[in-house]
Design a protein around this ligand. Structure first.
Ligand SMILES: C[S@@+](CC[C@H](N)C(=O)[O-])C[C@H]1O[C@@H](n2cnc3c(N)ncnc32)[C@H](O)[C@@H]1O
Length: 215
C-alpha cells in the first residue's frame, strides 16, 4: 500500500531545497506543481499536511542539524512527522533510534520516500501514540502541532507528563495560537530562525520560526 501512495506523492510533488534545511531535499507541493493552484475538489489528498514543510518542522530540523549532540545516541520519537524532515535530521546526526510517527498514511509514505532520497532509512509507525508512555524513547520532537486549540490541550498535558518522567521535549513552532501565553511559561526558547521568503508564501505570513524546549 505504501508503494501506491509513494507513486501518487511522486506524481503530485517536486523535489525542493527552498527551505531552512537546504541540505535535505524534500518532495513537497511547490509553486511548480499543478496542485499548488488546484481547486480543493481536484486535490486527490485530504489535508495533505505532509506535502508542506511547516515552519515548526523547519526549526526542529535546522536545530538538530546544527546541534547534533541534542540527538546523538538518543532514542527519538518524531510525533506528526509530516514530510519527515525532523526524523531525517535526527538519523543523519547519529540518533540511536528514530521512530517517525504520523496517523496519516501519506505522511508515513512521504517520510519513507524523503528518507530514501536523502540516503537514510527510517522506521515508521501510524499508531496514535498521543497519551502513551513512550517508554522506549528519551527525546520527543513536535514540529508545528499547536495549530488547533482542542488538540493543543491534549498534546501539551501529555508532553508535560512525559517531561515529568525525564524526557527531552523539543517543540518547533512559529507562534501558533495553541502555544498560549500560559503554556509559554513552561517552555524555554532555544533558537529562532528567519524563514526564507519563498517558504513564507505557504506559511500564512510567518517570517520567523523557533525551537522551544519544555522546562
Ligand atoms: C502541521 S503538520 C506538521 C508536520 C511536520 N511535523 C512539519 O512540521 O512539517 C501536523 C502533522 O501532525 C499529524 N498528526 C495529527 N494528529 C496526529 C496524531 N494524533 N498523532 C500523530 N500525528 C498526528 C498530521 O497528520 C500532520 O502530518
Amino acid at each position: 500500500m505504501l508503494k501506491d501512495l509513494a507513486s501518487l506523492i511522486i506524481k503530485h510533488t517536486a523535489p525542493s531545497r527552498r527551505h531552512l534545511t537546504p541540505e535535505l531535499v524534500l518532495r513537497l507541493i511547490t509553486p511548480a506543481c499543478p496542485l499548488w493552484r488546484a481547486k480543493e475538489e481536484d486535490i486527490p489528498f485530504k489535508d495533505p499536511f505532509w506535502a508542506f514543510y511547516w515552519p515548526g518542522g523547519q526549526a526542529t530540523a535546522r536545530y538538530i542539524l546544527d546541534n547534533g549532540e541534542m540527538v546523538k545516541n538518543r532514542r527519538v520519537l518524531d510525533i506528526g512527522c509530516g514530510c519527515g524532515a525532523g526524523t531525517i535530521a535526527a538519523v543523519k546526526m547519529g540518533a540511536r533510534r528514530v521512530l517517525a510517527n504520523d496517523i496519516d498514511p501519506y505522511a508515513v509514505a512521504a517520510t519513507s520516500l524523503n528518507a530514501k532520497i536523502n540516503d537514510v532509512s527510517v522506521e515508521t509507525s501510524m499508531e496514535d501514540l498521543i497519551g502513551s508512555n513512550c517508554t522506549e524513547f528519551d527525546t520527543i520532537l513536535i514540529g508545528d502541532m499547536f495549530y488547533d486549540e482542542e488538540f493543543a490541550n491534549i498534546l501539551f498535558d501529555w508532553l508535560q507528563r512525559l517531561r515529568g518522567e525525564g524526557k527531552t521535549i523539543l517543540i518547533g513552532d512559529p507562534g501558533r495560537h495553541g502555544l498560549t501565553e500560559k503554556r509559554r511559561q513552561h517552555i524555554e526558547l532555544i533558537a529562532k530562525y528567519p524563514l526564507p521568503p519563498e517558504s513564507c508564501i505557504e506559511n500564512h505570513g510567518f517570517t520567523e520560526t523557533s525551537l522551544w524546549r519544555l522546562k
